[in-house]
Design a binder for this molecule. Sequence first.
Ligand code: MF3
Ligand code: CO
Ligand code: CO
Length: 251
Amino acid sequence: MIVIKTKEEIEKMRKAGKLAGQLLKYIEPFVKEGVSTLYLNDLCEEYTQKNGAVSAPLNYHGFPKSICTSINNVVCHGIPSAKEILKDDDIVNVDVTVLLDGFHGDTSATFMVGSVSEEAKNLVLRTENAMYRGIVEIAPGKYLYEVGRAIEKYISRFGYSIVHDYGGHGIGREFHEEPYVHHHYTREDAIRLKPGMIFTVEPMINMGSSWDVVTSREDGWTVTTRDGSLSAQFEHTVLVTDKGMEILTKI
Ligand code: MF3
Ligand code: CO
Ligand code: CO
């Protein structure tokens, strides 16, 4: 069942989304060569608490930290660690989700550490573009698959691949609600969008020709590209409005 949010719920989702956006903006200048991903985690945890919210990833299905940090060939769900030090030429996705007054806000961005290769830079910029290509399709009366279709149409020209195993999701009182949002075209997403629906758009794009991914057998979380290629991701939480859409996590 897809929850249609009421006016009051939308107001709370705006606040949660705004805080998540602010948190991502807050952490950006700390994403530098020489810092550990645990340091970023701890700063985010502190900021979230100071703002009266809870880090939704912490203990979510047993996830051990407050944010996800996914470096280079890590697609998503990377676990922050003191041993993991950012270095020049890394790309790292920082994914934050806050729970504020009963509602979730979820957003992520891939940051470039030091001077990254032209190839990696292109991947990152094009992944962000892909997310926006999907988001601008969102409007009442349209089908959800327009999102994945637009992303696929844009991405196909670069020879990259769109991860199929993880998608966007409805969000509200629950971290992950219906609908599941594919980032490629599929009739499974033949769902009419209605005002008051809220879901994320969060494409994961692999530089290689394969979208295949592997989950770590050691920690049960870290998802990497099977072929070792770089992967980038951006995410926003988006509301379907009467006229179109509103990005709740945009600052
Ligand atoms: N923030 C991720 C998403 O965009 C989910 C992370 S789940 C966790 O849906 F358990 F790894 F935190
Ligand atoms: Co999400
Ligand atoms: Co997220």
